[in-house]
Design a protein around this ligand. Structure first.
Ligand code: RUQ
Ligand code: CUA
Length: 667
C-alpha cells in the first residue's frame, strides 16, 4: 500500500534553521502538516570532526551483520560482520575467522540476524558487549565493543528459528533463545500432521557473562507453539523472563488463517531462579545433542570450534512453578518490561488494544492459584487476575514497545504505520506520529532497560517506497529519528539502513569511545605463524603444502620474491602487519586467488590460502592505500610445473636465508 504524500516545500538549510516541509496527505490519514519543523536540521547536524552523541547498533536482518550508526547524525560508522562472510575484511574467508561459522550443519556463510542486545550491569547497558541472534540456524554471537568484532558464536540445539533471542538478564548472567518453529525434539522423521503430538518448543538460557565461555545452562521444554520474542524482568520482577507465543492453535499449515483463530495466545512467564533450583536438584534431564561453540583466542586472534554433546532439559511437569502462561490477545509479537519492572507490555499483532500485565498481580494470581487450566504441566492464569490495564484504540498492529524513563511508553503500529505514545498507569494515548512506512521495531537508547536515555527514538521501517531517490525495484530499508524530549514527538531525520533493520540498541558514546583498542601488541601475538620482524620471514614446504611467513609494513612486504612453488601445491600466505600504530592497515591479494583479500589490523597475523592453477609468475599487492608508496607495495610469486627443480626461495633477510639454507641442508 502506498500512501501518497506531496512535498510542497523543499528542504532549506538556512543557517541550519528554517526547514519547511509540508505533507499533504490523501488516503486514510488525517492531514499532517509540518512533520519536520523548526530546528530539526540543527538537532541532527554533527559538524565535521565532531562526534555523535550515541552509538546505535542496528541489526542487518538478512545481511546477517550488524551496522553501527552515529546518532543523531545517522552516519554509518562501521559494518560488523557476524553471521555472513564479508569479503571486505576476509571475515569467514581467512583461516583465522572461518571456524566462527562452523555449525553441526557444516560451514554456514549466511544467516538472518534480528536483535542486537547490549550487555547490562544492574539492568543498564554497560558497553562491554553486543549480542545478536541468528534466526535461521539458531545461534547467538558476542561482539566485543573495544574492537567492534565478533568474538564468539554459540549454536542452539533443539531449536529451529532462534527469533526470541538474545535478550539478556539484568546482569548478563544469561542471554536467551526461544525456538520460533516447534519441531520434533529430538528432531526425527515424522509426518508433519503429527504436529500436535510430536512437535515441541524450547526456551534456552545461555550463560553469557564470561567471554569465551558461553554455554547452554538449561533448556525448558514447551508446548508446540511458535515463540516470538522475550524480555527479562527487572527490579521486582528480576529472576523472571517473559516470552510471547502464538499459534496456540498448533496449526502446521496455512498459519495466516489457522493460527489466528484464538482470541488469546500466551505470554510465558518463566521463573528462571526456579529453573536453576530444578537443575541443582537434578530435575533436568541430560539429553544427547550436538552443537558448536566457536570463539576467538585473544592472543592468536584465531577462532577455534568445539563440539558439545549434551544439554540439560527441564520438563515443566517435573519442575512445578517454573513456567506460567498469561493469556494475551491476540497473536502477540513483542513483549516489553517497563523500567520499573512492574509492567509487562504485549504487542498483540491482531489485537485491538495493547494489553499490559502487572507483575504484582501475577504474583498474587500464582499465590491464589487463579488458574483457568493447565497445558503440558503449565498453569494458565486468568486474564483478569494478571492484567493491569489495556491501552484503548492505540492504532492498528501493535508490535513493540520501548520506554523513555519518564513514565511513557512508545509502541510501534505496523498496520497504521505510526508510533503511539501512551502513559503507564493511566493507559491513555497522549501522542502519535506517522512513520514511513510500516514500522517494525522502534528503539530508544536504553529503552528496554532500567534507565532509558529518553531523548531520541528510532523507528525502523519495513517499506521505504518514495522516501529516497529510487534505486530500482529494491529500495534500502529505512530508519527515522524522532525527538522525544518534549511532549510532542518530532520527526528529525530519515536514513537508509543495511539489510533489514529489525531492531537496534544504542548507548551514549561516552560509555565506549575511550575504551577502543588502537592496535594489537605485536609482542603479545601468539599466532603460530606470526612473523615479528623481516628476519623471521621465510618459506617452508611439507609435502604439497607451502607456508610463507611474511610481514607487511609501510611500504613493502618481506619476502616479496618467492620461487619454488609448483602446480599442485597449496600455498598459505601468513601475513603479519607489524605496524604498531592506530588505523594503519595493510591488505594482501594475489592474482587469481579464489577467496577474498586479507585485511590486516596493526599487529595481527592472517592467512590466505591459494591453489595456483598453472605455471607462471603471479603478482601480489597491498589492497589498502596505506602510504604514499602504497602502489609500490607489491611482490611476485613464481609457480613452476609439478616436479620442477626450481629451489624454494624467499628473498628475506640474510639471517633468514642462512637459516633456510641450514634447514635445507639437514633434509
Ligand atoms: S521482529 S518487527 Cu524479528 Cu524482532 Cu518484530
Ligand atoms: Cu600497505 Cu598499501
Amino acid at each position: 500500500m502506498k500512501i501518497p504524500f506531496k512535498r510542497s516545500a523543499g528542504l532549506a538549510i538556512a543557517g541550519i534553521a528554517a526547514i519547511g516541509i509540508i505533507y499533504a496527505c490523501a488516503g486514510q490519514r488525517t492531514a499532517t502538516t509540518n512533520l519536520v519543523t523548526g530546528d530539526a536540521a540543527a538537532k541532527v547536524y554533527v559538524a565535521p570532526g565532531s562526534y555523535d552523541e550515541y552509538y546505535a547498533f542496528m541489526s542487518g536482518g538478512y545481511s546477517g551483520q550488524v551496522s553501527v550508526y552515529g546518532l543523531p547524525s545517522g552516519r554509518l560508522l562501521k559494518l560488523i560482520p557476524v553471521f555472513s562472510q564479508f569479503a571486505e575484511d576476509a571475515y569467514g574467508y581467512d583461516a583465522e575467522s572461518k571456524p566462527l561459522l562452523e555449525t553441526t550443519y557444516g560451514f554456514i556463510p549466511w544467516d538472518d540476524s534480528h536483535h542486537p542486545e547490549l550487555s547490562m550491569t544492574d539492568g543498564v547497558p554497560d558497553g562491554r558487549w553486543l549480542f545478536i541472534n541468528a534466526n535461521n540456524t539458531p545461534r547467538i554471537a558476542r561482539i566485543d565493543l573495544t574492537r567492534f568484532e565478533t568474538d564468539e558464536i554459540i549454536q542452539i540445539p533443539n531449536s529451529a528459528g532462534g527469533h526470541a533471542s538474545p535478550f539478556t538478564t539484568p546482569n548478563t548472567k544469561y542471554v536467551v533463545s526461544a525456538t520460533r518453529f516447534s519441531v520434533p525434539i529430538p528432531n526425527t522423521d515424522v509426518p508433519i500432521d503429527s504436529y500436535k503430538k510430536s512437535f515441541k518448543g524450547t526456551l534456552s538460557f545461555i550463560t553469557a557473562d564470561q567471554p569465551g565461555k558461553m554455554d547452554i545452562a538449561f533448556q525448558i521444554l514447551m508446548p508446540g507453539y511458535n515463540y516470538d520474542l522475550g524480555h527479562a524482568g527487572k527490579g521486582p520482577s528480576d529472576g523472571w523472563f517473559f516470552f510471547t507465543s502464538y499459534n496456540s492453535e498448533q496449526a502446521n499449515t496455512k498459519l495466516e488463517e489457522n493460527a489466528s483463530q484464538n482470541d488469546k495466545d500466551y505470554i510465558a512467564a518463566v521463573n528462571y531462579k526456579r529453573a536453576e533450583e530444578c537443575v541443582a536438584q537434578g530435575q533436568a534431564k541430560p539429553m544427547a545433542v550436538e552443537y558448536f561453540h566457536n570463539y576467538v583466542d585473544p592472543g592468536s586472534r584465531t577462532a577455534k570450534s568445539e563440539k558439545k554433546t549434551s544439554v540439560k532439559v527441564i520438563d515443566p511437569v517435573n519442575c512445578a512453578g517454573v513456567v506460567y502462561y498469561l493469556p494475551t490477545p491476540k497473536s502477540p509479537h513483542g513483549v516489553d518490561v517497563d523500567p520499573t519492572g512492574e509492567y509487562i507490555v504485549a504487542g498483540g499483532k491482531l489485537a485491538t488494544v495493547i494489553p499490559v500485565h502487572s507483575f504484582t498481580k501475577l504474583q498474587k494470581a500464582i499465590a491464589d492459584k487463579a488458574f483457568d487450566k493447565t497445558v503440558d504441566g503449565i498453569p494458565v492464569l486468568k486474564y483478569d487476575a494478571v492484567v493491569a490495564g489495556e491501552v484503548q484504540k492505540p492504532g492498528l498492529g501493535p508490535l513493540h514497545t520501548e520506554f523513555d524513563g519518564k513514565g511513557f511508553a512508545y509502541t510501534s503500529m505496523f498496520i497504521s504505520s505510526e508510533v503511539v505514545k501512551w502513559k503507564l498507569g493511566t493507559w491513555e494515548v497522549v501522542d502519535r506520529i506517522p512513520t514511513y512506512y510500516s514500522i517494525g521495531h522502534l528503539m530508544i537508547p536504553g529503552g528496554d532497560s532500567k534507565k532509558p536515555w529518553g531523548k531520541y527514538l528510532v523507528a525502523m521501517n519495513k517499506i521505504t517506497k518514495d522516501r529516497y531517490l529510487p534505486t530500482g525495484p529494491e529500495m534500502a530499508q529505512s530508519a527515522q529519528l524522532i525527538d522525544i524530549s518534549g511532549d510532542k514527538m518530532k520527526l528529525l531525520l530519515d536514513f537508509p539502513t543495511i539489510g533489514e533493520p529489525h531492531y537496534a540498541q544504542a548507548l551514549p558514546a561516552s560509555l565506549i569511545k575511550d575504551k577502543q583498542v588502537k592496535f594489537h601488541k605485536l609482542a603479545e601475538n601468539t599466532n603460530p605463524w606470526v612473523t615479528k620482524s623481516e628476519a623471521d620471514g621465510g618459506i617452508t614446504r611439507a609435502g604439497k603444502k607451502i607456508d610463507i611467513k611474511m610481514i607487511a609494513i609501510r611500504s613493502h612486504f618481506a619476502p616479496d620474491n618467492i620461487e619454488g612453488v609448483q602446480v599442485g601445491d597449496t600455498v598459505n600466505f601468513h601475513v603479519t602487519n607489524i605496524e604498531q600504530d592506530w588505523d594503519i592497515l595493510h591488505g594482501f591479494a594475489v592474482l587469481g586467488a579464489q577467496t577474498s583479500e586479507l585485511i590486516l589490523q596493526p599487529g595481527e597475523t592472517r592467512t590466505l590460502t591459494w591453489i595456483p592453477r598453472g605455471p607462471g609468475v603471479y603478482p601480489f599487492y597491498c589492497t589498502d592505500f596505506c602510504s604514499a608508496l602504497h602502489q609500490e607495495m607489491q611482490g611476485y610469486i613464481r609457480v613452476s610445473p609439478a616436479g620442477s627443480s626450481v629451489k624454494l626461495m624467499a628473498n628475506v633477510s640474510k639471517k633468514a636465508q642462512a637459516q633456510l639454507a641450514e634447514a635445507q641442508k639437514e633434509k
